[in-house]
Design a protein around this ligand. Structure first.
Ligand code: FMN
Length: 202
């Protein structure tokens, strides 16, 4: 049995920190509990793109993000990169969905090859073996044949490959509009209710 109010989120060192920034915002607003993992490279990119100085210690990240989002402390669990004691390291947990946003080509490759060398890779491996929902938000341009082969392999295993490509048919006026387009579609994939933007035809 899984618990639909819980979600795993991994931040890796690809460009696109703003998507996860907004995603966390909506997840907390929706009363979700977020199980958060952060790669070392993500700390660099999030610092560059958002000015977030994410501490190395999980407990310090917890403190920082609870203050940033004003969420309930129990809505956020943060795990270290090698924290094998995390529930996410085992298929016995009840988290139905994991999103990697943004997802580097390196993490995507590790997941495609089942390396399980850090908690992010292991947690994704667990989602695969347990047939749960895994959503990757890969960011690179252009894609090499290696990237495309890895994505095809994962897509054939049921992974949702979700490039952060906003549509322009809804006439975005701000960067936030573009971000919300991507986050809204991402939440749809994860089966999480939201009112970020009207749906086509409504
Ligand atoms: C500012 C910055 C931006 C980066 N952007 C990307 C990117 O968009 N896509 C990507 O695959 N790697 C990107 N990288 C490289 C990854 O961070 C690097 O390959 C790292 O080893 C990935 O580790 P991780 O998957 O554990 O986060 C970027 C690195 C930096 C410092």
């Amino acid at each position: 049995m899984t618990d639909n109010k819980q979600i795993a989120l991994a931040l890796t060192g690809a460009s696109g920190a703003v998507y996860s920034q907004r995603l966390l915002d909506v997840l907390f607003q929706q009363g979700m509990t977020v199980h958060l993992m952060i790669s070392a490279a993500a700390r660099i990119v999030f610092s560059d793109e958002l000015g977030w100085k994410l501490p190395a210690r999980a407990s310090d990240v917890h403190k920082m993000l609870v203050a940033e989002y004003n969420c309930q402390p129990e809505q956020l669990q943060v795990y270290g990169e090698q924290q094998w004691s995390s529930p996410l390291a085992s298929g016995s947990h009840q988290v139905p969905t994991m999103i990697v946003c943004p997802c580097t080509m390196g993490t995507l490759s590790s997941i495609a090859h089942g390396s399980s060398e850090n908690l992010i890779n292991r947690a994704a491996d667990v989602m695969l073996k347990e047939n749960r929902k895994l959503i990757l938000v890969p960011r690179e341009a252009p894609f090499s044949a290696i990237h495309l082969e890895n994505m095809l392999k994962l897509a054939r295993l049921g992974v949702c490959i979700f490039p952060p490509n906003p549509g322009f048919y809804f006439k975005p006026e701000t960067l936030s509009d573009l971000v919300d387009f991507v986050v809204a579609r991402l939440l749809d994939q994860a089966g999480i209710a939201h009112t970020l933007m009207p749906r086509w035809g409504e």
